[in-house]
Each structure stands twice: as C-alpha cells, then as structure tokens.
Design a protein around this ligand. Sequence first.
Ligand code: FES
Length: 159
Amino acid sequence: MRLSVEAYRKIDRELAKFPPTKKLSAAVAALTVAQEENGWLPPELIAEVADYLKVPAAALTEVASFYSMFNTHPIGKYKLTICGNLPCEMSGSAMLVDYLKEKLGIGVGETTEDGLFTLVQGECMGACGEGPVILVNNHEMHMQMTREKIDTLIEELRA
Ligand code: FES
C-alpha cells in the first residue's frame, strides 16, 4: 500500500509546521491525509505513515484509535457521528441514536448492508448549545437534530 505523491506532499506541508524532532506532532494531520485518500486506516497504512514520519507505528495506532474521526475499520460512504456528551444527551441524542439504529437497522459501530451508512457515537463537537449534533463524514455538522431532520438528512444522502 502506497499513498500518492500528492498525499505525501500534503504530509510534508504538515511536517514543515513542526521542528524536525517533533514529527509526532504532525500525526493527526498525516493520518487525516492518509484517511482522506484511502477512506480508512488499515494497520499497514498506519505503519506506512509512521515509517514516513519516523515515529513508532504503535504511537500512530494510539492516535488513530483515540479520535473518533479516524476509521480503523472499513466504513460506509456516510459516517454519521452522533455526539454522546452530556449537553447533547440532555437535548435528546440518546433517543436519536435509538431512532437511527431502528431506521438504518444497524447498531453503533456498524455499517448498513448497502454500504451507505456507518453509525458512530463521538465526543463533543463544540456546538453544545445546538444539540443534538450529528457530524457527517467528519466535516458536515447538523445541529438541533430531530427525528424529522434525520429523515430528511438520510433521504438527501440516499438520493
Ligand atoms: S456536547 Fe454535543 S457538541 Fe458539545
């Protein structure tokens, strides 16, 4: 498995932001580049990035498994991450998790049979006053979610 030249250029730009002795500081950015290209982070890809950064693969594996934005298993086309922290939970996120589980026919951490949706519970996304919050593919934030808004979102993503 090899990342593209363009991916390595992006990683180089991230590495340039840190002193040569602090390459591990570029871990999150480098793994993000790798995931954007490959869709998820298999162990051999993590090892490849670690080799490039000249840091232990175990250190990058820890980073990849700590942050919910990183996919250490194959995922669906759309990753739906629901914030599970207290403010969102008080706004009804747990009820929405149940709703999505039922609607999609999967559990948390699972992917629908058609490969479209993966359901994940994540940590605070910084929009605590606008909960419940759902993040699509780590980038697209949907706030003040309701069952109706979920229905619309799923329809739009399926279309
Ligand atoms: S608690 Fe959900 S975004 Fe902060």
